[in-house]
Design a protein around this ligand. Structure first.
Ligand code: C2E
Ligand code: CA
Ligand code: CA
Ligand code: CA
Length: 282
């Protein structure tokens, strides 16, 4: 395929050529991935930082490619968005995560929320809330156990559709969170305008939280402190992601953030391992 492509794309330079072929290949393979069952969800616990109890699970998609092995989401989500395959893929993620959350409840585990990442392309569909309603009905999961994570790129799109979808999700009883909080330009404006339930502090604020030099430390620590106050004043729930060290955990607690997620507690794991984890730490 590469040699044939070489003739068709000869007007690009070599690297560009490779990138184009690669992208078309991914798109082509993505089209078949759903029906061939190549996607899988991994789950990463969100914990109470005071006692490490699991309070929610975030679903993160994995693509097990038959020849190329596991392809991380950062390598295919944006391509899926461009060719709009993210719509059926995103519906599958929603369906699978809700099915799993219901299964955990049916197995007698304490109910926890399952958090699903939703792309801007999906969220700006006018019928997104209706899709969610259908999936909840099909899986039998109560709305309050579903959390939808959106990023600021969602909120920057068609604001009326986004606000309307958030409102519809709220009416259903679904929990909504602004992910990667603090990385965009206007996060705070959106918080005022959009009916959200929570924010998730981006991992870039956590990375150097405790290790930075005293003069520098005040920056990330000061920002996290500000996010804590902001969340409290706006009655939003608050979670920190990317917690990797015990020092970070302790420091976040001192700053008033009591929920978190990260390799310190658990990496994302397949459903069976997540089930075992819930049995021991639920
Ligand atoms: P995200 O939603 O911000 O997810 C957090 C990412 O950080 C995950 O990467 C997770 O594995 C990783 N992570 C967790 N704990 C730590 C930690 O302590 N340190 C560090 N450095 N990283 C940590 P992953 O699974 O590769 O996902 C990457 C991104 O792909 C996600 O970022 C999300 O934007 C997107 N994504 C994943 N699954 C889906 C999905 O089902 N739908 C959509 N639309 N996007 C998804
Ligand atoms: Ca997320
Ligand atoms: Ca995030
Ligand atoms: Ca991210």
């Amino acid at each position: 395929a590469k040699n044939q492509g070489g003739n068709r794309y000869h007007f690009f330079d070599g690297r560009m050529h490779e990138a184009v072929i690669q992208r078309l290949q991914v798109e082509n393979d993505l089209r078949k991935a759903l029906e061939r069952n190549e996607f899988q969800l991994h789950y990463q616990p969100q914990v109470d930082l005071t006692d490490n109890r699991v309070v929610a699970m975030e679903a993160l998609i994995r693509w097990n490619h038959p020849e190329r092995g596991r392809i991380p989401p950062d390598r295919f989500i944006s391509i899926a968005e461009e060719c709009r395959l993210i719509i059926p893929i995103g519906r599958w993620v929603l369906q699978e995560a809700c099915r799993q959350a219901k299964l955990w409840q049916d197995q007698g585990l304490d109910p926890i929320r399952v958090a699903v990442n939703v792309s801007a392309v999906q969220f700006t569909e006018t019928d997104f809330a209706e899709t969610v309603r259908q999936v909840l009905q099909e899986t039998g999961l109560e709305a309050r156990w579903l959390e939808v994570e959106i990023t600021e790129t969602v909120v920057m799109k068609d604001q009326e559709v986004v606000r309307s979808n958030l409102k519809k999700l709220k009416d259903l009883g679904v929990f909504t969170t602004l992910d990667d909080f603090g990385t965009g330009y206007s996060s705070i404006t959106y918080l005022r305008q959009m009916p959200l339930d929570g924010i998730k502090i981006d991992k870039s604020f956590i990375r150097d939280l405790e290790t930075a030099a005293p003069s520098d430390e005040s920056k990330n620590a000061g920002l996290v402190k500000a996010f804590v106050n902001l969340a409290a004043n706006l009655h939003l729930s608050l979670v920190a992601e990317g917690i990797e060290t015990e020092d970070q955990r302790r420091f976040l607690l001192q700053l008033g953030c009591s929920r978190g997620q990260g390799f310190l507690f658990n990496p994302p794991v397949p459903a069976e391992e997540a089930t075992a984890l819930l049995r021991s730490k639920g």
